[in-house]
Design a protein around this ligand. Structure first.
Ligand code: NAP
Length: 488
């Protein structure tokens, strides 16, 4: 399907540096395509290290003025940006579904979710308080808060809007300027946000978006620069580890939102219909391509078969199709490579004894990126579907016998982002939520994210928290000032 925007000028193909739309110095381009049809949507400016360094300089120059603006003024810019994003919600959703593939309703929701971070941090901008500490009579001990400086943000393709606003919102609110490197698969959503930031009057250089397909070169320029005082990254754990290493030489502040391997634990005393609905919503959102998607469904033995029956009946109703079609409830995956990866994981499980309860065959008739909603049973912890982040619409259902085994299975991973529990037993809710090593726990609920809560993981799922009153801390330096000589 094609799409028509009410405001076609939101579709930008150049990078945005120092308030100017710019091509690559070399004039080269790369294609952004729609994964549903594999047709090209736009040819994007293909920037590299040199242009990235220019963007850092622009951000460094803009910082001088931006950090001196009053909190109220910064708040007003953010508020205007938020309003413009919501005014263009439908166009931004169309751009997102076209480049990323997610179904249109989910894209609309992501635009609103993304905008909520700008609104939230417009409000938080005014609430960055310092302190006066009790000390001796002849001195005053002050704690003051300052922006960290120029921020580099590297973001993934699975949430092309919200992963940018969740970083840019607190950065700008705190008085930082930012250089954003969006995923090469989904730069159009990032550039549409930059266009709206421009219209909101946010000064040149405060927000810069560097597009390019050589992520390594752009990332190296960002991490090498001593002017960049903070790196905030959302993406895979291996790339996060690499960027941590690269950030060591200049001792940057770092925030890392990395991969997950979320368990959903369904106890025998759970409301089964509620658990089935939760597992479906969590697993198949964005075709299984979110970091907090249920990766492993752990079901107590006594209700295992009943769960599978109800789960298969519910999931079979999902309609696989083009994200731009309002009738689709499950879109394509991001790329043929991603679909092949999922295909290989299912093959590994089946070769080791798993049974396919639903789906299990790539839907090539629809296109190379389509993989159907799939449910596997008879799976075990030595299979790839237990150990790795599946990042696709495949739900492996594991059995457990008792609470201790469920907790051990949930924690048997290097990841620790999100986990979900279904049970009606209040004492168990407390015990299990405290013993599982995850940054976020949903109890009888999978819709756990919003701008209000601290999003982030434990173990190899990351460092720091985004959103909420805590999310601004990563963009702030704390300074202590001692004023002495005050004695009479
Ligand atoms: P990815 O391959 O790590 O890519 C993420 C970003 O890093 C992209 O912009 C990518 O650019 C860039 N990149 C890749 N290699 C780089 C390098 N050597 N130096 C600098 N930048 C580099 O991850 P993805 O496949 O896009 O995203 C999926 C992953 O993100 C999953 O593991 C998911 O769990 C995680 N995720 C986590 C959260 C969270 O909040 N914890 C949220 C969403 C997603 P190119 O696209 O140009 O290669």
């Amino acid at each position: 399907m094609t799409f028509t925007l009410q405001d076609p000028s939101l579709l930008r193909a150049q990078a945005y540096i120092d308030g100017q739309w710019q091509d690559a110095d070399s004039g080269s381009h790369f294609a952004v395509y729609n994964p549903a049809s594999m047709s090209t949507i736009a040819q994007l400016a293909d920037l590299g290290a040199t242009e990235t360094t220019r963007a850092i300089t622009a951000a460094e120059t803009a910082l001088v003025d931006w950090r001196e603006r009053s909190a109220k003024e910064r708040s007003q810019y953010l508020r205007r940006w938020y309003e413009l994003i919501m005014e263009h919600q439908e166009d931004l959703a169309l751009i997102m579904s076209a480049e990323q593939g997610k179904v249109l309703e989910e894209s609309r929701q992501e635009v609103a979710y993304g905008a909520s971070f700008i609104e939230w941090f417009a409000e938080e901008a005014k609430r960055i308080y310092g302190d006066v500490l009790p000390g001796a009579a002849d001195r005053r001990l002050l704690v003051t808060k300052h922006p960290v400086g120029v921020v580099a943000a590297i973001t993934p393709w699975n949430f092309p809007n919200a992963m940018i606003t969740r970083k840019a919102g607190p950065a700008l609110a705190a008085g930082c300027t930012i250089v954003i490197k969006p995923a090469a698969e989904t730069p159009l959503s990032a550039l549409a946000l930059a266009e709206l930031a421009d219209r909101a009057g946010i000064p040149a250089g405060v927000i810069n978006v560097v597009t390019g397909q050589d992520a390594r070169a752009i990332g190296q320029a960002l991490t090498d620069s001593p002017a960049v005082r903070k790196l905030t990254f959302t993406g895979s754990t291996p790339v996060g580890k690499q960027l941590l290493r690269q950030s060591a030489d200049t001792v940057k502040k770092v925030s890392m939102e990395l991969g997950g391997n979320a368990p959903i634990i369904v106890f025998a005393d759970a409301d089964l219909d509620q658990a089935v609905a939760g597992a479906l919503a969590s697993k198949y959102r964005n075709a299984g391509q979110t970091c907090i998607c249920a990766n492993r469904i752990l079901v107590q033995s006594s209700i295992h078969d009943a769960f599978i029956d109800k789960f298969v009946a519910a999931v079979a109703k999902l309609e696989l199709g083009d994200g731009l079609s309002d009738s689709s409830t499950l879109g394509p995956m991001i790329s043929p490579r991603a679909a092949t990866n999922v295909e290989n994981m299912v093959a590994d499980a089946v070769a080791n004894g798993a049974a396919v309860a639903l789906g299990g065959e790539r839907a090539l008739a629809l296109g190379e990126c389509f993989y159907p909603a799939t449910i596997l049973s008879n799976v075990s912890s030595d299979m790839r579907v237990f150990r790795e982040e599946i990042f696709g619409p495949v739900a492996p259902v594991f059995r457990f016998e008792d609470e201790a085994q469920a907790i051990a299975m949930a924690n048997d991973t290097e990841f620790g982002l999100a986990a979900y529990i279904y049970t009606q037993d209040m004492a168990r809710i407390w015990r299990v939520s405290e013993r599982i090593e995850y940054g976020m726990v949903g109890v009888n609920e999978v819709g756990i994210t919003s701008e209000i809560i601290p999003f982030g993981g434990m173990k190899e799922s990351g460092l720091g928290r985004e959103g909420s009153k805590y999310g601004i801390e990563d963009y702030i330096e704390t300074k202590y000032i001692c004023i002495g000589g005050l004695g009479a």
